[in-house]
Design a binder for this molecule. Sequence first.
Ligand code: F58
Length: 828
Amino acid sequence: DYEGPRITPTSPLAAAPVGRPPRTVEGFAREFLRELSFGEGVALSRSSRNDQYLALSRTIRHYLMADWLETARRRREQPTKMVGYLSAEYLLGRQMGNALLATDLGEIAKEALQSLGLDLKTMRAQEVEPGLGNGGLGRLAACFVDSLATMDVPCIGYGIRYEYGIFRQTFEGGRQVEVPDSWLHLGDPWGFPHPDRAVQVGFGGRTETVTEDGVERSRWIPEWNVLGVPYHYMVPGYQNGVVNTLRLWSAKATQEFDLQVFNSGDYAQAVRAQTTAENISKVLYPEDSTPQGRELRLQQQYFFVACSLKDFIDRTLEKGFDLHRLDERIIFQLNDTHPVIAIPELMRLLMDEHGFAWDEAWAVTSRCFAYTCHTLLPEALEVWPVELVGRLLPRHLEIIYRINEEFLADVRSQFPGDELRVRRMSIIQDHPERAVRMANLATVAGVKVNGVAELHSQLLRDKVLPDFSAMWPDKFTNVTNGITPRRFVRLANPGLSQLITDTIGVGWETRLERLEALEPFAEDEEFRERFRAAKQANKDRLRKLLVVRDGIEIPEHAMIDAMVKRLHEYKRQTLKLLHIVSTYQQIIDGEVAKDDVVARTFVFGAKAAPGYQMAKEIIFLINSVAETINADERVQGTLSVAFPANYNVTLANRLIPAADLSEQISLAGKEASGTGNMKFALNGALTIGTDDGANVEIRERVGDENFFLFGMLEPQVAELQAKGYVPSAVYEANPSLKKAMDLLASGHFTGGDRGLAAPVVDDLLYNDRFMTLGDFQSYVETQARVDAYYQDQEAWTRSAILNVARCGFFSSDRSMRDYLRRIWMPTH
Ligand code: F58
């Protein structure tokens, strides 16, 4: 077991800080060549592109190393309260560009490679992005750790080093086919494995009661163990000399475990046992919002939090620190309920391993966690069957029961005689099966509970956890999401970034509210011209990328209308599809002249959870419509649909800066926040959106004139739901909707086969849980306003500039300041 440094260096050489390689073109080239020969063991003349990529990554790493070690030393010597961000997902995106930006080495690296006959762009394209997340929640975690490093806030990001991240999406005959994402296969130059610092985690077994000094104590005797091997990833701040750590755990079989079975004589069984253990970090669950309640997933959750808590208490915390004051050194932020099992785990550690009494342990535990909720859909709230928890984590189940007992006693004393309330609030549900409600556990133990946008936090208080907000009104707060402007503006949009810097000077990347200074330039004709030129350059880049990446050709000058996000019914990709079909139908039926319609390219990007049938049918239908429309001469030059497969962070970085129109069209009250909406607005796209999630706050800031609002408001949705929503009646009453639906159902897009469109069409007609038809009329009318506005390019550009100027609030740096003030360090 690793116990920290055991040697006192006697040589002054060993005590000197690690050096920094020279920041010159020649110095960089030398460093790169050294890495190629000493690191990869190949000569430049014999090296493959991947050799070069690996050597280049390691070269850039060297420039961060001194800062990393120095940051760690500083944090050790001056211990303060840290943030332990617990997240099962980090959707990082490619690392190289970000590291070059953080070190400001872009130009040097480019020239150094050029001097060797190599090309930086080609090298960057070699990187497979670590897709260790599903969507918004995972990308948010990546933005947050970026911001904390940039703000020099001590933080360790804890998570799982999945061997396979989110699947790679391909299309076969228009249908989604998932391919494993083997992001590690060509090497992981950004990861630092520390097998000597592995942590052991137990599973299964039983508990027993022992009496120690006359006190009865419970003990857990696990049945099997795995090792968690930490891999460290650098989280560089933006050009500030700070490098924080992301610590991702990889599961490995313990040696004892192998030997035991091995000695029993069954070699093959011993090797198989190893796989069982190592399966824990094998693959990211590709679920979007409905948790599947699989045993392996609970194993993953417990695995990474057990490793993380142990790591923090035994390794990070200064030796001898009084654990009664643990909350002076750490706040664990729970990114949704996935890490919530950390709560009983900390109780167990304090009681069973550190001898705390229940009340002492609870006093500490209930000050060390805060919980962020990311959803409003009831089916997305995680529950774990009591049977499963008891089998996998028997000691934790005992602790959960006791937490619940004491909590329900409090409820009864505050609300005497209200047994219905007690049942609603219980951490254990009875129906449809006995299960642990993870959100309730997090709310009971958390110092704070936050939603991710104002509207979401309000609905969380009023609709999802109303009993809890009645009992503890002060526990609930809001922190509106944000995005890192380093990756999503500076890196993704070099043209716009240069224009901003030329206009308002440097420094906006870390003080995003300074974008306000752009506001007067909305009235400056020359600025508007340059702004449009930057947008057009981004469109050109996207057009070229889509040709090589997907073999998709899009027109040069059409409006780019983008809807990119996970495929989910509540997000309503079908509403977008109905608008496309309706526009198309009006042109081919001669109801409108083709030349009166603004040329648009509709771009979709969306993965469906592999088991989500309806989402997959929707993907098929989008592809079918795309194929038909793109081949139809009657709309050529006016309408085109592009659905590149495998939307990911890398594609987002190219697509978002090229977009004119951002589609944020979820049913009001369903999208917790959205973060794509912020990325588009900050890159100068106008939004067509419902009054949902963070759209509300974007519109408040950019102004009604610069935002296309449509659709029912949340209270209207609730009202309609209550009185009974009948989609088929909406269809019958709206001739243009009827025509679009009928065309979709007719087989026109599916080679004459009506059956292929039926799953989607029939659901919309007879079920339509998310009221797509209910918002159709308002949507198409608003799209008509979009068309009209777009024809006035000066007005459109003015609005786009104001979107950029007024969205500085949506920097994740601001989100971090809010977490610090409202949740993590409220007394400072
Ligand atoms: C998303 N949730 C919200 N969940 O839908 C979005 O509104 C919000 O902006 C974002 O979080 C950040 O707060 C989300 O992405 C997941 O991907 C989970 C993955 C694991 C299974 C359950 C859903």
